[in-house]
Unconditional design. Sequence first.
Length: 255
Amino acid sequence: MITAFPDPSGGYVLAGYSWVATDDVRYDSLKGRYDCWLLVINEKGKVMWEETIGGIHDDILTDAMMDHKGNIILSGYTKITTPGEAGKKSTIQKESGVICISPDKKMLWQKPLMDYGTYSCDKVVVDHQNQYYLGGNVFPGVTKENFSDILILVLNETGDVVRDIAIEGSESDYINHLAISPKNELYIGGSSASGISKDKSEPSYGMTDGWLIKYDVNGQKIWDKTIGGSVLESFAELLVDPDGNITVFLQSTSE
């Protein structure tokens, strides 16, 4: 299971991916080796509804959430493995995408994100205007061949990309979390190996540091903050309360 959140019926939505198909565990049959798996359970834990989403390849869920109209938004990718010729390794290609499922559990739309190259769609949040923010990494980077950058895609209610935000440093930067403030501001929590460069205004303290970035409702950067010690730091969680206060949890190997 990747995530869970309350359902308006009083139960919970459970979202993940699965490769096990037995009568005791799953009621739906597998479509590929791995499929996205969505369940709704009531307050007593009884399965009220479930759906397997996938094709002939491996389909991996990375995140899910419910918007302000009760639609469920799923982000993930399809992993396509092509066997190599004699003496050569197989090639693996990942194609990211996002799916919207209505409150009555019908698929409203499905959008592939292949126009953005090797894009990992890792996180999804909804703002107070019911726009969807997808957070991921793109490799090669926007202007760097050997490093990755953070890429935010903003989608409207029909799944069309209305804005993208590319976030760059001098080396590899990764996204871990997204959060929306009461004022519809976007907070991005990630890790960075970059020093002062491009979108990063503070120096590096270790091998990788926690990197917190704030954007306004128009996609303009307000500030960024580097948090780190002498070795490795990355974001474990990023929370914004109703008053707009930020709580940050970091993973650290520094002394």
